[in-house]
Design a protein around this ligand. Structure first.
Ligand SMILES: NC(=O)c1ccc[n+]([C@@H]2O[C@H](COP(=O)([O-])OP(=O)(O)OC[C@H]3O[C@@H](n4cnc5c(N)ncnc54)[C@H](OP(=O)(O)O)[C@@H]3O)[C@@H](O)[C@H]2O)c1
Length: 259
């Protein structure tokens, strides 16, 4: 299938490693020019160099913090100046801390809202006018399966990503007439640095947790960043244009629910 992504322009957030890197790499393989963002410059530049080398497309690293409004604005302005427009926006970054609900004060909640919800709101506000200028586009948010099936300890993410799912659904209704689709992917367990850190922070040895998870996940394995990236590439391509307002789990069958 030709996804017709050649010469499209994409912004991929949190792409120096993990899920964001996997998405940026697949979009680049499909011929899209990609602007990638993260806070740490050396890792971001190394990721940009690797994608450039392996795919031959134009890759623009932009050092930015998703929690800062001025950084969100600067990302989109830089892409407009360098690439002349924007077709695809992937909202992805890190996540707020894990802990018991009762342990978080107002400052922690405000930070989580800035990182997970306001980041998406701000990026979309900057990006949609450029997509309208192009006659269409695609927006894709990365959240987590816990936004649909909550896990104790993940309240800051669950509550704010539920907001993202509601926001994205509403947005999809309002901007469908402009040829822009909006979807949210809810990953299950995906093998990245972050997941390995979560395992390492637990009381049980990481190998024990991993073995139990492999047993629990119906497809009997932990996911890869390509499991996410392949679906993203389809959803943001012309072939995915009839899919909008969806929140889709990519979890090896882990979600125990019909909806
Ligand atoms: N891995 C999983 O199993 C899994 C499952 C469900 C959901 N998720 C969610 O998917 C997202 C990506 O996870 P991952 O596993 O790919 O994480 P990861 O491997 O730690 O990568 C996170 C990326 O985001 C960047 N980042 C973090 N905080 C940022 C900020 N404030 N502003 C800009 N960039 C930021 C990081 O670079 P810098 O640190 O240099 O900024 C890095 O490039 C997270 O929201 C995570 O909660 C992951």
């Amino acid at each position: 299938m030709n996804l017709e992504l050649k010469n499209k322009v994409a912004i991929v957030g949190g792409a120096s490693k993990g899920i964001g890197f996997g998405i940026a790499h697949i979009l680049a393989q499909e011929g899209a020019s990609v602007a990638i963002t993260a806070r740490r410059e050396p890792e971001l530049s190394a990721a940009a160099e690797r994608i450039r080398k392996e795919t031959g497309v134009r890759v623009l690293p932009i050092v930015a913090d998703a929690r800062r409004a001025e950084d969100c604005r600067r990302i989109v302005e830089t892409v407009k100046a360098e690439f002349g427009g924007l077709d695809i926006l992937i909202n992805n970054d890190g996540a707020p801390p894990i802990g018991e609900i009762m342990s978080f004060d107002d400052a922690a909640w405000t930070k989580a809202v800035e990182q997970n919800l306001m980041y998406v709101v701000r990026m979309v506000r900057e990006a949609v006018p450029l997509m309208k200028e192009r006659g269409g586009g695609s927006i894709l948010n990365i959240t987590a399966i816990s936004a649909i099936q909550p896990i104790p300890g993940f309240a800051l993410s669950v509550a704010t990503w539920s907001g993202v799912i509601g926001y994205a659904k509403t947005l999809s209704l309002e901007i469908a007439p402009f040829g822009i689709n909006v979807n949210t992917i809810c990953p299950g367990y995906i093998d990245t640095t972050r997941l390995r850190k979560v395992f390492a922070a637990g009381e049980e040895p990481a190998e024990v947790v991993q073995a139990r998870l492999r047993e629990e996940i119906p497809v009997k394995r932990i996911g890869t960043v390509d499991d996410i990236g392949n679906l993203v590439a389809l959803l943001v391509s012309s072939k995915g244009s009839y899919i909008t307002g969806a929140a889709i789990q990519v979890d090896g069958g882990l979600l125990r629910s019909v909806r």
